[in-house]
Design a protein around this ligand. Structure first.
Ligand SMILES: [Zn+2]
Ligand SMILES: [Zn+2]
Length: 337
């Protein structure tokens, strides 16, 4: 019989199908084709983007020229602007503020023909170091409360216009709703048990191994108990830490290693699946009245990888229930094999 499973991290319910055997061929995606028309994110095309905000340039090459490993530029289709005041204000019953924030594109490689999982460990580590540098920089801006870093890989995951391997960064004046749901669930658990819910779940999953996909000294990758998406995978640091930007040099290497490993396992098992990757981090600490003090103890940052193998239907959109045809135990078995 299928099961209703409650996600302890968000409170969301998922209907998980009962099936021991999953034919991964049913989910196989063709390798996605990269447009070969002019791409502004390729090396030597630097003049086609707005001036760079940050770049990894090991040889000391000049800004806005070739010779980079990772390059960050403002999104030319700006949804948010760095200039101006927030001006929070009411409009009748409603709340309104100006579209202040930052909207950046991280070109993960100078080469057009490579995806994130095809990069070397040290190249992925450069991408992670870039995320850290951008977060630390944006933390200085007191108007910003949250930096959301995410990636759309493949057209079904939302990469419609840009085929170069990129991640996106949005610096927001408010904490996104899903993160807030996670923060509140973690806070409630901590208030009850004085322990981090992520540490507790990790402890149990590492013991049971049924939903463990991969691990190394610093990170574990799990198929969450109430996965909303088939083959959903979370990468969680083994040592408790609420803020991604506090990651150390050794952890960066190990994160690059496990991320590459898990993306390659997905590729190996499912062909070339479209996926969304996102960093689930805590907001910047901007203490104000009523703000809880235990956030550093109760929240635990992690990466979410959500393969987009089946579209959302009216059921998901209308109810915020999810239906997952692949039990996470089966997904973990396929991916860890
Ligand atoms: Zn390109
Ligand atoms: Zn923890």
């Amino acid at each position: 019989m299928s099961q209703f499973r409650k996600d302890v991290f968000t409170g969301r319910w998922v209907i998980v199908a009962e099936t021991e055997v999953v034919r991964t061929e049913n989910f196989h995606f063709r390798k996605f084709t990269r447009e070969t028309t002019f791409c502004p994110f390729c090396e030597t095309h630097e003049a086609s983007t707005p001036p760079e905000i940050f770049a990894v340039r090991p040889g000391g090459s000049l800004a806005n020229g070739p010779g980079w490993k990772v390059r960050v530029v403002p999104n030319s289709q700006l949804r948010l602007r760095v200039e101006g005041e927030l001006r929070r204000r009411p409009e009748g019953f409603h709340d309104l503020m100006n579209g202040v924030g930052a909207d950046e594109i991280v070109a993960e490689t100078p080469r057009h023909d490579r995806s994130l999982h095809e990069l070397e460990v040290n190249e992925i580590a450069d991408v992670i170091r870039t995320y850290v540098a951008r977060i630390l920089d944006l933390e200085q801006d007191k108007r910003i409360r949250y930096v959301l870093i995410f990636k759309n890989h493949g057209e079904e995951a939302g990469a419609h216009t840009i085929t170069h391997s990129i991640s996106e960064l949005m610096a927001l004046p408010v904490t996104p709703r899903l993160i807030k749901a996670k923060l509140m669930a973690a806070r409630d658990y901590f208030a009850l048990k004085e322990r981090c819910i992520y540490c507790d779940v990790l402890h149990q999953e590492l013991g049971e191994q049924r939903r463990l996909i991969a691990e190394n000294d610093d990170f574990a990758c799990l198929a969450p108990f109430a996965s909303g998406y088939p083959f959903e995978a979370w990468i969680i640091p083994k040592a408790h830490c609420s803020a991604f930007s506090r990651i150390n040099a050794v952890q960066i290497e190990n994160l690059a290693r496990i991320l590459r490993d898990v993306l390659q396992r997905l590729e190996h098992t499912l062909g070339s699946p479209p996926y969304n990757l996102s960093l689930q981090d805590r907001p910047f600490l901007r203490p104000r009245e009523g703000y809880w003090k235990t956030i550093e103890e109760d929240f635990h940052w992690h990466l979410e990888i959500l393969p987009q193998l089946i579209g959302l239907t009216g059921f998901e959109r209308a109810s915020w229930f999810f239906y997952n045809p692949v039990p996470p135990e089966t997904a973990a078995r396929c991916l860890s094999a």
